[in-house]
Design a protein around this ligand. Sequence first.
Ligand SMILES: C[S@@+](CC[C@H](N)C(=O)[O-])C[C@H]1O[C@@H](n2cnc3c(N)ncnc32)[C@H](O)[C@@H]1O
Length: 211
Amino acid sequence: MNLHTQPTFLWYCSVYAHKYSNQLRDTCKHFFSGKGIPPSHSDKLKVVKEYYSKYKPSVFVETGTYLGHMLHSVHSWFLQTHSIELDPIFHTRAVNLFSKFPSVIIHLGDSTTVLPKVIESINEPILFWLDAHYFGGVTAFGMEETPILKELQAIFQHPIKNHIILIDDARCFTGENGYPTPIDLTEFVAKYRPDLLCDIRRDVIRIVPKA
Ligand SMILES: C[S@@+](CC[C@H](N)C(=O)[O-])C[C@H]1O[C@@H](n2cnc3c(N)ncnc32)[C@H](O)[C@@H]1O
């Protein structure tokens, strides 16, 4: 078999070329704007671990599966893990990767419509990792570049009121390309759920019960 003629090989090349060029561009942008080195995957993982250890939820819901890195790092902590991916190729790849873990369910579709259905039947606090957005290259572009406000609306309307919500890539929240600014987001949370606290640190937005 000649790997170089396989479409999957070309797909992997394009995904990884894009992933590393994105990381390099982000690191340079962050560094030269005086903010130092941007948080790495292991920094983000520490944030998820911190909230998992504090609240001990048994369900994890992620939007935006991509290569399954976060899912791979955290799924063993939870009894039930869901991840939602719009791109069919990333979805199929993740289904295969996690096929031997029955507690991991990968859903195909736009998180704006799939997330409300996934959480409908869950009756306990969930740790959310909201990370669905267009990420350049071959990643999916849904109805909007970021579905974040619709995702939050669905979570805020859920009967369980003490979910823990972590949103990745706070640096994207600039008021451009459909992203709210940090002030808009804080006001949005205060308007719909004044019982929740919104805190933004190290590239992660954290929305948790006040008390
Ligand atoms: C930044 S990556 C996710 C990284 C992953 N959560 C991790 O931590 O390893 C964003 C992913 O969201 C997907 N995506 C984009 N818009 C989406 C949407 N509306 N619903 C679901 N997935 C979406 C993209 O295809 C891409 O795979």
